[in-house]
Ligand binder design. Structure first.
Ligand code: NAD
Length: 311
């Protein structure tokens, strides 16, 4: 194995059903902060107020928007400065924590994040801000939340369409991590496994815990791996054309991941591994028989028999 350099990020993580009600107040208390700016959406405001009832919340900012438009970042910073807050607490998806990050870049105060989607921004040092139709992103340790409270109960009721798209966003993080250093790739691989089995259950509302756990794993690995070409493409489309972040990931991931599939094929050819079923001894009669027995895989078998590149 070649050597590698690995730099990980992250504060304290508390994960568990009910954690937002049992661990948030103590966790924030341990940070010894005295004035909190709560950043959330209008939809989540009642929940956010309930969860933070025991905390010194000075003001609530609910005008968060996707891709953090510059005017939203400025407005949030204005409130934070006016109120002299010493903590930013986000309750919501990537747009809420993204707004907190934009403020923290200027104010250098700790962020506490309570995620309600699978976007994963809470684990990364990546910030984003959109100005004149262009999305600017960067990395700074100052925007990594000091405390993240993952509570699957807060994601119950996340509509199936948002769950699915946000889950694919998490999967994109996991896939990216597979190409990073060995430790990060290990976490990415586990995230792929957990998300592949957890997302259908989350959409069906039978189990939300696995999907959120997978999203956490994926985001913590992505934080180390950094953006690849898939993410750069999504950010470009999202920032420039106003496309929604998670659905853009959902649409493009199968296309960009196909590059990894081509890489597998190139590797097989390079090292002289077999690339067709015919080459390993299958004859045409057996192929026809197999296609009859396994109709769902018939097209795949026909291509693999000839050794045609996967579409
Ligand atoms: P979002 O925060 O805008 O949430 C998507 C929608 O889901 C919103 O309408 C929101 O109100 C709703 N919602 C959220 N939680 C809900 C719940 N529990 N129940 C019902 N509805 C709920 O979008 P997102 O996909 O979470 O995040 C996207 C943003 O985050 C983008 O701006 C993206 O660039 C950023 N992002 C950043 C990083 C990073 O590392 N910096 C990573 C991922 C995403």
């Amino acid at each position: 194995m070649d050597g590698f350099t690995r730099e990980s990020f992250g504060g304290r993580v508390v994960f568990g059903p009910g954690a937002a009600r049992t661990a948030l107040a103590d966790g924030v208390g341990a940070l010894r902060v005295s004035k909190v700016l709560l950043l959330t959406t209008k939809r989540a405001e009642p929940l956010a107020r309930e969860l933070t009832a025991a905390l010194p919340v000075a003001e609530v900012f609910t005008d968060v928007r996707e891709h953090v438009p510059a005017e939203v970042a400025c407005a949030a910073l204005g409130v934070a400065t006016r109120e002299h807050v010493d903590c930013l607490l986000s309750v919501g998806g990537g747009s809420s924590v993204g707004t907190a990050k934009a403020v923290a870049l200027s104010m250098r105060v700790p962020i506490v994040a309570v995620p309600t989607t699978y976007a994963g921004s809470e684990m990364t040092p990546v910030w984003g801000r959109t100005e004149h139709g262009v999305k600017h992103t960067g990395r700074s340790p100052d925007v990594v939340p000091r405390l993240v409270v993952y509570d699957p109960e807060l994601t119950v009721g996340l509509p199936p369409a948002i769950t699915a798209a946000s889950g694919m966003n998490a999967l994109a993080h996991a896939v990216r991590a597979l190409a990073a250093d060995p430790v990060t790739a290990l976490v990415g691989g586990e995230a792929v496994r957990v998300l592949m089995s957890g997302l259908p259950k989350a959409v069906a509302e039978t189990d939300r815990t696995a999907a959120l756990y997978g999203a956490y794993l994926a985001a913590s690995a992505f934080a180390v791996a950094g953006s690849g070409s898939h993410h750069k493409l999504c950010h470009e489309l999202g920032g420039t054309y106003g496309l929604p972040h998670a659905p853009t990931h959902a649409v493009l991931l199968p296309y960009t991941a196909a590059g990894a599939v081509r890489g597998l094929r190139e590797l097989a050819e390079e090292i002289g591994a077999p690339t067709s079923l015919r080459a390993i001894g299958m004859d045409a009669d057996d192929l026809a028989h197999a296609m009859g027995r396994l109709p769902d895989s018939a097209d795949l078998l026909a291509a693999a028999y000839e050794g045609r590149w996967p579409a």
